[in-house]
Design a protein around this ligand. Structure first.
Ligand SMILES: *Cc1c(COP(=O)(O)O)cnc(C)c1O
Length: 371
C-alpha cells in the first residue's frame, strides 16, 4: 500500500504553459510580466487595491512589521498558538510580543482576552487565522479602532475564506499570504502583502527590493531585504489563482468527507464545521485527542505512519519555544488551551491532490489506531 503524504499540490492547470512562456521569452527574474499580473489579480481576488509579491509568507510578515515602524518599546498583541514566522521580526526589531491563548473550539486567538492586555505601548494587533475558520474580526476591528491600533492580518491559511461575507485578507492595514505548496495557491515558495494604503504599499515595495532609490540606485536611506518573487513563481501563481474557486470547493468537500467518516469516533475533537461568521475551509483537517485517550499526538502520528498515513503535529506555542526562554521571554507564562492542543492535536493528509479514496483510507487508519 502506498504512503499517503500529508500534502501534495495539484499542478495540472496552466502551470506548465506559463512556465514554458517564461523560458521561451527569457523572462525569469522579478522584472518579468507575470509578477505584476499576479499581484493585480491576487489583490483583486481579496478586494484590495495593492498587492506586493514577495519571496514567502514569512518575509511578507517581516516587511509588514517593518513597514509599520514597529520597534523598541512597542508591543504587538498576537496569538501564542501560531507559526514562528509571525513573531520573529517583532523580536528582532526589539519590540515586545504580547501573547494570547486560543479558543478551544476554533483554535484561533481568544479575542475576549485582547483588551485586558492593551497598554499605552500597544501598537498593533496581529491576527492569524488558524487551520480553517477565521478569527472573529468584528471584535478585533472594534478594539483596534477604539484604541487606535494597527491590524496585521496573517491570512496564509485562509485564501478563499470569508468572514461574514468579506474576504479574509481584506481586514488588515496590511494582510499577508503564503504560497508554500500546502497553501490553497502555491508558487513553490512565495508570499504576498495586500493593502489599500498607497503609502504602506510603496514602503513594502521598497523594503522588498533592498530600499533601492529611483534617483540614485545604489544610495540607501534605509535598510531593506531582497524579498523579490521571480517571474517563474508568479507564472505558477497565476495558473493556480485561476482555479481558486474550484480548490476551495474541493477543500470544503474533503473536510466534510473526513467529518462524515469520523463522526461518532468518541473522544476526539473534530474541526467545527461552521461558525455563525464562516463555514470551515479546512486548510488542514486537524483533530485533537480527548483526555481519556491514553497517548498523545506524537504517539498517534507514529501509529498512523505504520499504516502508511502522513500527518503533522499542531503548532508549538510561542511561549514554550526554547529560543525565547533563552532570551528571557515568556518564561513563566501559561496558556493552557494552546499547551493542550499542541500536545494532543495533529492533522491528517489535507493536500489539494488528495483523493476521496485516500481520505477514506486515512480516516479508517485513524479509527484503527484509536481502538
Ligand atoms: C505557512 C504560513 C506562514 C509562513 O509562510 P512561508 O511561505 O512558509 O514562509 C505564515 N503564517 C501562517 C499562518 C502560515 O500558515
Amino acid at each position: 500500500m502506498s504512503f499517503i503524504p500529508v500534502n501534495e499540490p495539484l499542478l495540472d492547470g496552466n502551470e506548465k504553459k506559463y512556465l514554458v512562456e517564461c523560458i521561451d521569452t527569457g523572462w525569469i527574474s522579478s522584472e518579468g510580466p507575470f509578477v505584476k499580473q499576479f499581484e493585480e489579480k491576487f489583490a483583486a481576488s481579496v478586494g484590495r487595491r495593492h498587492g506586493i509579491a514577495v519571496s514567502n509568507g514569512t518575509t511578507a510578515l517581516d516587511a509588514a512589521i517593518c513597514a509599520l515602524d514597529i520597534g523598541p518599546g512597542d508591543e504587538v498583541i498576537m496569538p501564542t498558538f501560531t507559526i514562528i514566522s509571525c513573531i520573529t521580526q517583532i523580536v528582532r526589531a526589539g519590540a515586545s510580543p504580547v501573547l494570547i491563548d486560543c479558543d478551544p473550539v476554533t483554535w484561533n486567538m481568544d479575542v475576549s482576552r485582547i483588551e485586558e492586555r492593551i497598554t499605552p505601548r500597544t501598537r498593533a494587533i496581529m491576527v492569524v487565522h488558524i487551520y480553517g475558520l477565521p478569527t472573529e474580526m468584528d471584535v478585533v476591528l472594534d478594539i483596534a479602532h477604539r484604541h487606535g491600533l494597527k491590524v496585521i492580518e496573517d491570512a496564509a491559511e485562509m485564501l478563499g475564506q470569508t468572514y461574514r461575507g468579506q474576504p479574509c485578507g481584506s481586514f488588515g492595514d496590511l494582510s499577508t499570504f503564503s504560497f508554500y505548496p500546502n497553501k490553497h495557491v502555491t508558487t513553490g515558495e512565495g508570499g504576498m502583502i495586500v493593502t489599500d494604503d498607497e503609502e504602506l504599499a510603496e514602503r513594502c515595495r521598497s523594503l522588498r527590493n533592498l530600499c533601492f532609490q529611483s534617483e540614485r540606485r545604489f544610495v540607501h536611506e534605509e535598510l531593506g531585504w531582497n524579498m523579490r518573487m521571480s517571474n517563474l513563481q508568479a507564472a505558477l501563481g497565476l495558473a493556480q489563482l485561476e482555479r481558486l474557486d474550484e480548490f476551495v470547493a474541493r477543500k470544503r468537500a474533503m473536510g466534510r468527507l473526513y467529518s462524515q467518516l469520523l463522526e461518532g469516533l468518541g473522544d476526539v475533537e473534530l474541526p467545527l464545521a461552521k461558525a455563525d461568521y464562516a463555514e470551515n475551509i479546512y486548510w488542514v483537517y486537524g483533530v485533537v485527542l480527548g483526555d481519556r485517550i491514553a497517548f498523545d499526538a506524537k504517539e498517534a502520528m507514529q501509529r498512523l505512519a505504520t499504516h502508511g498515513i502522513g500527518s503533522r503535529p499542531f503548532f508549538w506555542p510561542m511561549h514554550e519555544q526554547p529560543v525565547f526562554h533563552r532570551m528571557g521571554l515568556f518564561e513563566n507564562e501559561r496558556h493552557p488551551v494552546s499547551e493542550r492542543i499542541a500536545r494532543r492535536g495533529f492533522y491528517l493528509p489535507s493536500g489539494m491532490a488528495l483523493s476521496d479514496e485516500q481520505i477514506t483510507r486515512s480516516a479508517e487508519a485513524l479509527k484503527e489506531i484509536l481502538n
